[in-house]
Design a binder for this molecule. Structure first.
Ligand code: 4AD
Ligand code: MG
Length: 483
């Protein structure tokens, strides 16, 4: 007999259907009710076993976390909360789970702290919270491809090993096959990279953008969706050393087109999850509501998780320039009462307290901040045409989300070869390193723009999880690369 998945049984099963399910036992109550979950959905299927029909010793092996195969007939459920239950006719234990061992793990059915759950990342998939998070993570990845496919973009695979530091922040993991105990060095004590595997110094990519730009200069509109690595030593709830990024790049787009595309994409993704992951979302919504209760009243979210997603789909994002943002901050009561820890004036970078103020207090919606001072941003951003000598800005855009901070970073790119070359000089980047990038500006250069969406930050927003380590299956952070 062919195995049915529990989501299909709950959706299409009819009374008297004979079915076979294979699943893990979430709980076994009163020697009679077995809660089964096979990962296909958040709900369990309840199986009912007549304990008089089987030996007590064999029934004792049906424990929480064990795996089981059950054949039986669907009947109307006596209990509340489900329409159908499975009357057991044949069963076979597939894998035992010793009770005393289970008690030491997160598989024991009780509330565990997220820290404890994180230590057992290999078992997290068995919990309701994490299985819901990772189903939604899948849904978002799928929706991203669907969104770009519908718009006629091409998915471009950019390299993971590269010689460039696209963001110029120097936060790279080096890649080598040298024996680290005996790295060849020249007379001056410098590493002989010409003897290394690639004959040059290479690293794990911090962004696929520069290569995506080459793709856009022929294919018109492309996007990347791949792993990204940053050796940033910041142990925060929003940073990973290995994360996934989506980077569209579009020829002929300017900064406004870029904002429109990003806003449309973020709204599409929220709507997709609202439409297709209702049960998982409902569970996470309730989880989030419980968590809000444990916070001080002034830190609680006014909106529930589902309302937060609906809010994004129904409201336009606020768009302001960096210069306007500074004005708003300096005119705020918060500033006048000296409640900001960090200084606010034109020319200082916005700290997360300032971003949070703008998003959560001033506008209460996603905010796109544009046209930042040139020195805060990467070399490739387009110099603004109308800026004054003492206030030089670039066509950058950061999208800030409530509870998350920076969700998207992007810009219109510098397409003018002479200005780009000058920028490289100003940023101390050797032209030879990026000769191939500069070439694009020589042969039919065009205005173009793109952005990067941090995938895990999006999963955080959509699931209501507040630590980025809880939305990626196997987090990599400073001093942590277990599993
Ligand atoms: O703002 P970033 O550094 O922009 C770029 O890398 C550009 N090349 C993108 C582009 O224009 N094509 O990173 C983009 C986004 C951030 O807004 C943030 O959401 C996420 O990537 N991000 C991280 N997410 C998790 N952990 C980290 N360490 C992250 N660093 C950036
Ligand atoms: Mg950024």
């Amino acid at each position: 007999m062919k195995r049915s998945k529990i989501n299909e049984v709950l959706k299409n099963g009819k009374i008297n259907d004979r079915i076979l399910v294979k699943a893990w036992v979430r709980a076994f109550r009163s020697n009679r009710f077995i809660q089964l979950n096979d990962g296909s959905c958040i709900q369990n299927l309840q199986a009912v076993i007549d304990f008089e029909k089987w030996e007590e010793a064999s029934l004792k092996k049906i424990t929480t976390a064990s795996s089981i195969s059950i054949e039986g007939v669907l009947v109307e459920s006596q209990g509340a909360g489900q329409a159908l239950e499975l009357l057991v006719e044949k069963w076979e234990l597939l894998g035992e789970a010793p009770v005393d061992e289970v008690q030491k793990t997160i598989l024991q059915p009780k509330k565990h702290s997220l820290e404890f759950l994180r230590e057992q990342a290999h078992l997290r998939f068995r919990t309701s919270t994490f299985s819901a998070v990772f189903r939604i993570r899948h849904g978002l990845a799928f929706a991203i491809h669907q969104f770009f496919n519908e718009k006629g973009f091409f998915y471009l695979h950019t390299p993971i090993i590269t010689g460039s530091d696209a963001e110029g922040a120097g936060e790279m993991f080096h890649v080598t096959n040298f024996d680290l105990e005996a790295v060849p060095k020249n007379k001056e004590g410098k590493v002989c990279f010409e003897d290394d595997f690639f004959g040059k110094s290479v690293n794990l990519t911090v962004s696929g953008q520069l290569e995506a730009e080459l793709g856009a200069f022929g294919l018109g509109q492309v996007y990347t969706f791949g792993p990204t690595f940053r050796a940033e030593n910041s142990n925060t709830s929003r940073h990973l050393a290995e994360f996934w990024m989506i980077e569209p790049e579009v020829a002929f787009n300017d900064l406004n087109d870029n904002m429109d595309l990003a806003e449309e994409m973020l709204q599409y993704l929220c709507q997709y999850i609202l439409d297709n992951y209702k049960e998982d979302l409902k569970f996470l919504h309730e989880r989030d509501a419980q968590e809000q209760l444990s916070k001080p009243t002034n830190e609680r979210n006014e909106l529930g998780l589902i309302e937060r997603l609906e809010f994004v789909t129904k409201n336009e994002f606020k768009r302001i320039t960096y210069t306007e943002a500074i004005d708003v901050l300096m005119n705020s009561n918060h500033y006048k009462k000296k409640k900001f820890k960090y200084n606010v004036e034109w020319g200082t970078d916005l700290q997360s307290e300032h971003e949070r103020y703008l998003v959560e207090k001033e506008y209460k919606k996603p905010v796109i901040i544009t046209n930042y001072p040139v020195s805060f941003k990467a070399f490739y951003m387009r110099k603004d045409d109308n800026c004054t000598a003492d206030r030089q800005t670039v066509a950058a855009m950061d999208i800030l989300f409530p509870g998350i901070g920076e969700m998207v970073g992007g810009s219109q790119r510098e397409e003018r070869l002479d200005i780009l070359k000058q920028k490289l000089k100003d940023f101390n980047i050797h032209e030879e390193e990026l000769w191939w990038y500069l070439e694009t500006r020589k042969f039919g250069t065009v205005p173009h723009a793109g952005f990067g969406l941090g995938f895990e930050r999006m999963v955080m927003f959509v699931t209501g999880m507040t630590n980025i380590r809880d939305v990626i299956p196997f987090p990599r952070t400073p001093k942590n690369a277990e599993f």
